[in-house]
Ligand binder design. Structure first.
Ligand SMILES: Cc1ncc(COP(=O)(O)O)c(C=O)c1O
Length: 444
């Protein structure tokens, strides 16, 4: 049951302190496990994006759309492993595919039985993919795509966008990250073509690539406007640069990814997440004339190695997932479910007259504590951070699992009833916390 009280006469800071106190009280085992981890891992963490203050919950088990933590709480999983968990936990066909992989033997130090089939399935699905190569993560896929663009064009500059995220060494939320890969980046504003053209103009002849998510994913589910993305396509053509769509997250948003939905074809595409069936995965691919530079038969071939690039479990689970489970029909249905859910969540907050909104597309959505239009990371940053944290703790208290930064991704294991549960939790938040929004607006 909900532990929320009407928030009249308290401040956001006080409400947050109260919510955190409840969180501590209700999760003693998670806290103990966190303290143990602190001794051997920096911040008890090996993956910054899943750290939560004051401490993260220890999730022990997942089943379908449900997660179970160390203190015995159950959550409905609206995070779906930041989009990689599209199939839900332990989907029977994915389990069977992993077992089939195990039967074949781990790992064989040679071309395997499935990699060309999996590559063919990906090329058949994503319109710009004529050839593809596999990596172990989306980060690595982007490293390869960007490095290839630099080698092929003989140029140095890489245009990226604030709020963009392409992996641990390609992090552009709040500017540049100190441990980003040492490429020569130009940082543009998302959905602002004019500013981007002006930024690029002095560097046109040295522009190797434009690396862009067709919707900012972890940057706040902010769709790239069609004119903006088409403008980037034209800019790449005019400058002789390579347009790379990072569809590591967005490939799930339509049968052929956002490139298909928008009708804009990049030169190279990077993929990852769910496409490995839940195993470690990444891929980069695109135009045959570019990708064939990796053909090892060429005397001037570009190198791309990696012990686990064709690992048996990923090839098996990925192929089964894409061809047998996430068929074009299922992709359309999941994204229609997401569209309806987002519309109903926005209707709920509109009726409650609180300045918050859900942005996104299809099966990916993010909450923002502002009603102002959000077209860029700079717009998203105007939402009130404390209120968003409070939203996290309040919804967690109602058994809703999502990312603290306000990010939700839907899996095939969720159903209408789960959607209704999320809507009720959002309605309760909007109603009980409505008085706090005035304070947030004063601060804005
Ligand atoms: C758009 C995008 N690109 C790349 C990555 C990096 O993928 P990985 O975590 O597999 O390295 C992510 C991960 O969240 C992502 O969202």
């Amino acid at each position: 049951m909900s532990a929320l009280k009407k928030s009249a006469n308290i401040t956001i800071a006080a409400a947050l302190a109260e919510a955190e106190e409840r969180y501590r009280r209700e999760n003693p085992k998670s806290l103990r496990l966190y303290e143990e981890a602190l001794r051997v891992m920096p911040g008890g963490n090996t993956r910054t994006s899943i750290h939560v203050d004051p401490f993260p919950l220890a999730i022990e088990r997942g089943e379908g759309a449900h997660l179970f933590d160390a203190d015995g709480h159950e959550y409905t999983d609206f995070l779906s492993e930041f989009t990689a968990g599209l199939y839900g936990h332990s989907h029977p066909r994915i389990r069977a595919a992993i077992l089939e992989g195990l039967e074949r033997g781990l790992n064989l130090g040679a071309r395997g039985a499935l990699e060309a089939k999996f590559a063919a399935a990906l090329c058949a699905r994503f319109p710009s993919l004529e050839r593809v190569r596999f990596t172990n993560s989306g980060t690595e896929a982007n490293l390869m795509a960007v490095s290839a663009a630099r080698a092929i064009t003989g140029r140095e500059k890489i245009l990226v966008f604030s709020g963009g995220y392409h992996g641990g060494v390609f992090y552009f939320r709040g500017g540049h990250n100190k441990i980003n890969a040492p490429f020569d980046f130009l940082l543009g504003r998302y959905n602002d073509l004019e500013a981007v053209e002006a930024l690029v103009a002095p560097h046109r002849d040295n522009l190797a690539a434009i690396l862009v998510e067709p919707m900012l994913g972890s940057g706040g589910s902010i769709p790239g406007e069609r004119d903006f993305l088409a403008g980037l396509r034209a800019l790449a053509n005019a400058a002789g640069a390579i347009l790379i769509f990072d569809e590591v997250m967005t490939s799930r948003l339509a049968p052929g990814g956002l490139q298909e939905a928008l009708g804009i074809l990049p030169d190279l595409t990077t993929l990852g997440k769910y496409l490995g069936g839940g195993m470690s995965f990444g891929a980069f691919g695109g135009r045959a004339d570019l990708m064939d530079r990796f053909d090892p038969r060429r005397p001037d071939a570009l190198q791309h190695a990696g012990t686990f690039n064709n690992n048996v479990l990923t090839m098996s689970a990925g192929l089964a997932g894409l061809t047998e489970i996430y068929t074009p029909e299922r992709a359309r249905a999941l994204n229609a479910f997401g569209e309806d859910l987002r519309a109903s969540l926005n209707e709920s907050v509109r009726q409650a007259a609180v300045p918050m909104q859900f942005t996104g597309r299809g099966s990916m959505l993010s909450v923002h504590m502002t009603a102002r239009p959000i077209r860029s990371a700079e717009d998203a940053a105007k939402g009130h951070k404390g209120l968003k944290d409070l939203f996290y703790f309040d919804l967690l208290g109602r058994g809703i699992w999502f990312a603290k930064r306000g990010f939700f991704a839907l899996s095939l294991a969720l159903d209408e009833e789960d959607g209704e549960r999320l809507r009720e939790a959002v309605e309760e938040f909007a109603e009980t916390r409505a008085p706090l929004f005035a304070e947030a607006q004063e601060a804005a």
